[in-house]
Design a protein around this ligand. Structure first.
Ligand code: UDP
Length: 313
């Protein structure tokens, strides 16, 4: 990878910034393009003095060109329910226009391409666990549709560029990921619970807390991306942790790890909130030899210092 140039759209985001670290460690030169709608400069501050790293503040919904690149990692998009609800139009635009532009760069420079898609493509799934071959159960007009349909469209454009223009593409379907650099106020369950527990506030469990999610620690997730990036698989691959927890169990783990005495407060369940989510990762296991290593409690402990300092700011 030495001397090769990777473009990371959305590289100032939580996942994008961790990906940059991994690519630099592999010897890539990295250029990030991000409009900072939900990403943060602080996520990349530690790279400011690295001569192999470059940051461009720009919206990829406008055509752009950053010169020759060897790999395009297309990670730009609001990703938390709070963020994509607040920025619904921008989410649809970056999933459509932004994806065309990212793919145009890959096509122009004959670069490889990997896009971050999502388990939201499965919607509120009727099959459990979710295999890549499941087509999903998505409400095309509900409040989540700005994200779900944007990402489904992203996958469609990606496959079209692969089929029609022979672009060397890959699609990672990401399941709930957590770890340091998550924004304290992005509304996702782990930062919400950590923040509330550390401040001694009630933990807000939506609904009765029986809905499930499968939480993947960020370093496992990034390991999955870098393995997929080197593979020749063009169809989607689930990258997530198959250990499934109810949201109530997640709250209990956070209370244990933080040692907090916060109580649990039940609040209304948001519309279209998926009831169950768990990846079938047989494909990633067989194809990439990938397996997540960090269980929820360990990952929460590894995130504790970050959340403590974020709460203190
Ligand atoms: N959730 C919760 N309390 C919170 C935030 C989220 O109970 O303070 C629930 C939410 O309703 C969902 C799950 O936790 O069932 C995961 O939500 P998140 O926003 O992290 O991501 P999602 O998987 O829904 O995209």
């Amino acid at each position: 990878m030495s001397g090769q140039r990777a473009l990371v759209t959305g590289g100032a985001g939580f996942l994008g910034s961790h990906l940059c670290d991994a690519l630099l460690a592999e010897g890539w030169n990295v250029i990030v393009i991000d409009n900072l709608l939900t990403g943060r400069r602080a996520n990349l501050a530690h790279l400011a003095k690295d001569s192999r790293f470059e940051f461009v503040e720009k919206d990829i919904c406008e055509p752009f060109d950053v010169g020759r690149v060897d790999y395009v990692f297309h990670f730009a998009s609001p990703a938390s329910p709070v963020d994509y609800t607040q920025h619904g139009i921008e989410t649809l635009q970056v999933g459509s226009l932004g994806t065309f532009h990212a793919l145009d760069i890959a096509r122009k420079y004959n670069a490889k391409y990997l896009v971050s898609s999502t388990s939201e493509c499965y919607g509120d799934p009727l099959e459990h666990p979710q295999k890549e071959t499941y087509w999903g159960n998505v409400n095309s007009i509900g409040p989540r549709s700005v994200y779900d349909e944007a990402k489904r469209f992203t996958e469609a454009v990606t496959m079209a560029y692969h089929r029609y223009h022979k672009v060397d593409t890959r699609i990672a379907r990401i399941f709930n990921t957590y770890g340091p650099r998550m924004q304290l106020n992005d509304g996702r369950v782990v930062p919400n619970f950590m923040k509330q527990a550390l401040r001694g506030e009630d933990l807000t469990v939506y609904g009765d807390g029986s809905q499930t999610r499968s939480f993947c620690y960020v370093s496992d997730e990034i390991d999955g991306f870098t393995r997929l990036a080197k593979s020749g698989e063009h169809l989607p691959v689930n990258i997530g942790n198959p250990n499934e927890f109810t949201i109530l169990e997640c709250a209990q783990r956070v209370l244990k790890v933080t040692g907090s005495r916060s109580k649990i407060r039940y609040e209304a369940l948001p519309p279209d909130d998926p009831k169950q989510r768990r990846p079938d990762i047989t494909k990633a296991r067989e194809l990439l030899g990938w397996e997540p290593k960090i269980d929820l409690e360990t990952g929460l402990r590894m995130s504790l210092e970050y959340f403590k300092s974020a709460v203190a700011q």
